[in-house]
Design a protein around this ligand. Structure first.
Ligand code: F6P
Length: 324
């Protein structure tokens, strides 16, 4: 049984931003921050299968594609990279690209990469806060400027860049052409209400992504029967002994604990292993839970320390930094 605050790893990117507020208060050191990776505490055993990130864009990401499991295995990688995005903030006109406008042969795709026309061949779609976008491995995609999004993905850092808008980073054309389904994408999944507090956003063999919305001062029981990531978006809540506010994430595994929203209610994302949504993810409070599972009376806000489920405090780790 595991419940712990996620630590945060800062990843600097040329397309990132300097001011990440209100999602994160990482200080600007001159190089823009593109991503915040939520990780298990360094002392924790085991690496989760899913990776939760925040992305901050001031320029477009590369036009890119990710391998599926089969191709990843040929590279000695354990997982492919199917991913989904949830838009947290979008400047007017901000857009993401999913798939191509028309089917291209491998040779035509290669030619479009070489002459840059791929930038006009991808299908750009305007997005707004609250939209979810599913990107199965093999889909050519990109993220435009002016966005903050949460990404849940198979744990992989393999990106084949096809086009990078003149930036000097490495491209991976051969591998990208080999794994790309170079054509129009499949249909996106429509959000579906699962009772009063849950909306199913994306479901696939690898992960399920849900939005959870609780009115103020509402108590539920969260049944995290497998690896589960919980990310605060608006308002706040206590989850077990942990206070979850905007941009803060908790990792759970085989854990059943109390979720209680604060005075402003709570909107959160919850992502867990696929292939299907869990019917009993959120339940009405169970009277058999002891008082110690209602720690909202004593829980503290995340700041310089982490409140552990046993009530002790641990110094909050400094963010690790990566440049790529
Ligand atoms: O190669 P770029 O442009 O830095 O983009 C890589 C990023 O794009 C994403 O795949 C999102 O599409 C991230 O998971 C990844 O870190």
């Amino acid at each position: 049984m595991t419940i712990e605050y996620a630590s945060m790893q800062v990843v600097r990117k040329p397309w990132g931003k300097h001011d990440l507020r209100p999602w994160n208060d990482t200080r600007d050191d001159g190089a823009p921050v593109g991503e915040i990776w939520f990780q298990r505490q360094p002392s924790s055993a085991g690496e989760p299968e899913l990776l939760l990130k925040l992305l901050f864009t001031s320029q477009p990401l590369s036009i890119q594609v990710h391998p599926d499991d089969a191709y990843a295995h040929t590279m000695g990688e354990p997982h492919g990279k199917t991913e989904a995005w949830y838009i947290l903030a979008a400047e007017p006109g901000a857009a993401v690209a999913v798939g191509l406008k028309r089917e291209l042969s491998p040779d035509a795709l290669r030619a479009a990469i070489e002459d840059g026309s791929i930038a006009d061949l991808v299908q750009w779609h305007p997005v707004h806060a609250g939209d979810a976008v599913f990107i199965p491995a093999g889909t050519i995609h990109a993220v435009g400027p002016g966005l903050v999004l949460a990404e849940i993905q198979q744990r992989s850092d393999v990106t084949f860049r096809l086009f990078d808008y003149g930036r000097k980073r490495e491209l991976h054309v051969d591998a990208g052409v080999a794994v790309a389904h170079a054509g129009p994408p499949g249909p996106q999944q429509a959000p579906r209400a699962l009772g009063d507090n849950r909306t199913l956003l994306v479901v696939n063999p690898y992960f399920v992504l849900e939005r959870i919305a609780l009115p103020p001062n509402t108590t539920r029981v969260l049944n995290a029967s497998c690896e589960t990531w919980f990310l605060g978006l608006e308002g706040d809540a206590t989850l077990g002994a942990n206070v979850v506010g905007i941009g803060k994430a908790v990792f759970l595994d085989h854990e059943r604990c109390t979720l209680r929203s604060g005075e402003r209610g709570l909107t959160a994302l919850c992502a867990y292993l696929g292939p299907e949504s869990h019917r009993n993810l959120l339940e009405a409070p169970d009277q058999t839970l002891s008082d110690s599972t209602f720690p909202h009376r004593t829980a503290r806000r995340i700041g310089a320390s982490i409140s552990n489920s046993d009530g002790t405090a641990t110094a909050f780790p400094r963010s690790k930094e990566v440049y790529s």
